[in-house]
Design a protein around this ligand. Structure first.
Ligand SMILES: [Zn+2]
Length: 190
């Protein structure tokens, strides 16, 4: 049976957003504080994720829940909002849909990441191997960058191996044009 290994892409920080800062009076980079703000009054609850201008620390609240009935929020989720659950805050910080609803775009430029899983040495490869890519967070990373890092060869070498059919990706796209998404399987031939 063909050997399959898993590479998991783990972000080390979070995407930023660029928007007008009222205090700086110009477009600025805002970073997530990882904190939620909750406003609960009688029958309605609002929840925001708080961002901060990198320069002047002015805050901006990104709406997550707006005027919802408190009973409609699962207690476990509400508890996580209250205690600024790190993983939940990270999940929202990567959520492009919520950002779009707030009229801001995510900028992945500064996101750094680790790729866990075995390194492959092409020179030691004597049979084909499958690599499955997995990420719990959507990230705008080119697959050839990940391969370059894990195989220890340049991106131009990855492209050449792709053209020669030595590296094949299951989405039928060209490997050097593919960005990270789940369910990507890469076959590497000796
Ligand atoms: Zn500012």
């Amino acid at each position: 049976m063909q050997k399959t290994i898993l590479w998991e892409i783990v972000p080390l920080n979070q995407p930023t957003i660029t928007k007008n800062c009222s205090k700086c009076s110009t477009k600025c980079t805002f970073i997530t504080t990882g904190n939620f703000r909750i406003n609960a009054n009688q029958s309605k609850v609002d929840v925001w994720l708080i961002y901060q201008c990198r320069k002047c620390k002015t805050t901006w609240n990104m709406s997550i829940l707006s005027r919802v009935n408190p009973t409609s929020i699962p207690p476990d989720l509400y508890r996580k909002f209250l205690c600024n659950d790190e993983e939940l805050a990270r999940k929202y910080a990567f959520d492009a849909n919520i950002h779009a609803q707030n009229n801001v775009n995510l900028d992945y430029e500064e996101v750094e990441y680790e790729v866990s899983g075995d390194i492959i040495r092409l020179t030691d490869l004597n049979e084909s191997i499958q690599v499955q890519l997995r990420s719990n967070y959507p990230m705008d990373i080119r697959v050839d960058k990940i391969l370059s890092r894990k195989l220890g060869i340049s991106r131009s070498s990855i492209k050449r191996l792709g053209l020669c059919g030595k590296i094949i990706i299951n989405n039928e796209k060209e490997i050097w044009k593919t960005t990270l998404c789940n369910d990507l399987i890469i076959t590497i031939l000796p």
